[in-house]
Design a binder for this molecule. Structure first.
Ligand code: A3P
Length: 272
């Protein structure tokens, strides 16, 4: 059964594909895959496997909410449907489109040290280029223009969180958002996930048994019903090393944007 409405329309006898009532809007390379996988450990959550790009790709948006719902996994009564497309955070037309679907939607934003995020973003593009047999450009050539940090370079721009968040806050109240600390999720996933459970009104269920540290991967992996799995090898890759002066330039560049972001969301992160 597919319906274009929010989850109230559920038939108690049938699993129904519902529009998401929770969106992970970004940020790209913040730990969005880890977040949705960890949230899926909860039995009251079902999550779309792929990034649907409904709100940011016009060709998808034009297919309408019925199509969007048809991309969701079946949900039972009481289960929350979650979708994540990290490009939502930085795409200007998305907030209004999301509000049009459901002004009460709950929004999860996972942020990470913006400098680390730039390096992670570059690493992702680097690997994509290699896969397509294209020659990746050197990081420094992309990062710097006339010796200064190039704010127009996409990987830098995506890390200027306050600019994107300002647009979202023009459309949704602060209470619609829960911020997840992506650096803390790496170190201590349970505490972050307990915060997410509280925000979503889920009964506390995710526990220490759901996580174990995998020394080979260097990250926490997941355990559910006795089955253990780590995230894909593309998650948790080594980053390029920058010369110390360039790294410092990047840190200096983000100092002010970070302050603005902290002020905007009423919360500080441990980034400098
Ligand atoms: P790196 O690969 O640069 O280390 P996203 O899913 O949004 O693309 O984010 C990817 C990032 O998730 C990874 O970036 C990694 O640091 C982070 N991450 C957080 N928890 C993780 C986990 N348990 N396993 C693997 N990666 C994790």
């Amino acid at each position: 059964v597919t319906c274009g409405c929010i989850c109230e329309c559920l038939d108690p006898l049938n699993a129904t594909q519902c529009l998401p009532s929770v969106l992970i809007i970004g940020v790209r390379k913040g730990g969005t895959r880890a977040l949705i996988e960890m949230l899926s450990l909860h039995s009251d959550v079902v999550a779309a496997q792929n990034e649907v790009h409904f709100f940011d790709w016009d060709s998808h948006y034009q297919q309408g909410l019925g199509w969007y719902a048809s991309q969701m996994p079946p949900a039972l009564p009481g289960q929350l449907t979650v979708e994540k497309s990290p490009a939502y955070f930085t795409s200007s037309k998305v907030p209004e489109r999301v509000r049009h679907m459901n002004p009460g939607v709950r929004l999860l934003l996972i942020v990470r040290d913006p400098v680390e995020r730039v390096l992670s973003d570059y690493t992702q593009v680097f690997h994509n280029h290699l896969q397509k047999r294209k020659r990746p450009r050197p990081l420094e050539a992309l990062l710097l223009r006339a010796g200064e940090v190039n704010a127009a370079y996409k990987a830098v721009n995506r890390s200027i969180y306050h600019e994107h968040m300002r647009r979202w806050l023009a459309t949704f109240p602060r209470t619609s958002f829960h911020l997840v600390d992506g650096d803390a999720l790496i170190r201590e996933p349970l505490a972050e996930m307990q915060g997410v459970e509280r925000f979503l009104g889920l009964r506390p269920q995710i526990s220490t048994n759901n996580f174990y540290f995998n020394r080979t991967k260097g990250f926490y992996c997941l355990r559910q019903h006795g089955h253990e799995r780590c995230l894909h090898e593309s998650k948790g890759r080594a980053h390029p090393r920058l010369p110390p002066d360039v790294l410092q330039k990047l840190r200096d560049f983000f100092h002010e944007p970070n302050r603005k972001f902290f002020q905007l969301v009423g919360r500080a992160f441990d980034w400098d």
